[in-house]
Design a protein around this ligand. Sequence first.
Ligand code: CO8
Length: 259
Amino acid sequence: MAYELIQVRTEADKVGVLTLNRPKQLNALNNQLMDELGAALKAFDADEAIGCMVITGSEKAFAAGADIGAMASYGFADVYKGDYITRNWETIRSVRKPVIAAVSGFALGGGCELAMMCDFIIAADNAKFGQPEIKLGIIPGAGGTQRLPRAIGKAKAMDMVLTGRMMDAAEAERAGLVSRVVPLEKLMEETLGAALQICDYSQLAVLAAKESVNRAYEGGLSDGVMFERRLFHALFATEDQKEGMDAFVNKRKAAFKHR
Ligand code: CO8
């Protein structure tokens, strides 16, 4: 598939890098862009050689939200019946391999929601996060009211969603929205470093770890602990567990089979 609104490349033949590419509109997210992003994510997920994916934007904007111009004339019947705007947004959740958001500049509205749908966020020091939908007479529509409280707690989430204010990278790290903040010029180096590190581990363990952490994020504690235990036990049936532990005991680097 040829892409117009995203750029797609691989790093070291192992990491799928997807760059949102509507710079003049600050990467405002429209149906075409989301369709392309969904297709590219699925293709990387199905590609045996790929172990991890990175979604990024431009220096000025990861994404400044859903495309307001495209949405402005929609009525309830259009968005509800036609599933406009929300169509395809959840594709990213069906991806089994890890997806890291590398965020610089604005991550607002649907842009913040897209970043939060990734498995974790590495932010440049110029990143700004916000859910400003309230200023447009709407509310977040791609999980913002659900994922933000889970990430940063009710008080800060309410503050963000009700006032529409932006949070800078330092506050986002303190609040737990992002896992690391790095200087802008180091953003891709740091993110690709993390992605390549993940690619070197047993993919069986990586997939199980992602599924298990998502259980904590999405469900209750006792179900989550039981789910984790089952996956933990299952990994003892893999050659990679034998290899990883034997390598540790014999003080050598593990060479995992499933990468
Ligand atoms: N949609 C469309 N165009 C946009 C958007 C957007 N979200 N954001 C910026 N642009 C365009 C501007 O219109 C402008 O275009 P032009 O040059 O043709 O006038 C260009 O990008 C540059 O923007 P600015 O001149 O405004 O740049 P500034 O540096 O002055 O300001 C801001 C940057 C603060 C980011 C500002 O552009 C802004 O406030 N943008 C809107 C942010 C916003 O409200 N986002 C939320 C949108 S609603 C949403 O995301 C709902 C999500 C629902 C998800 C549903 C799916 C499941």
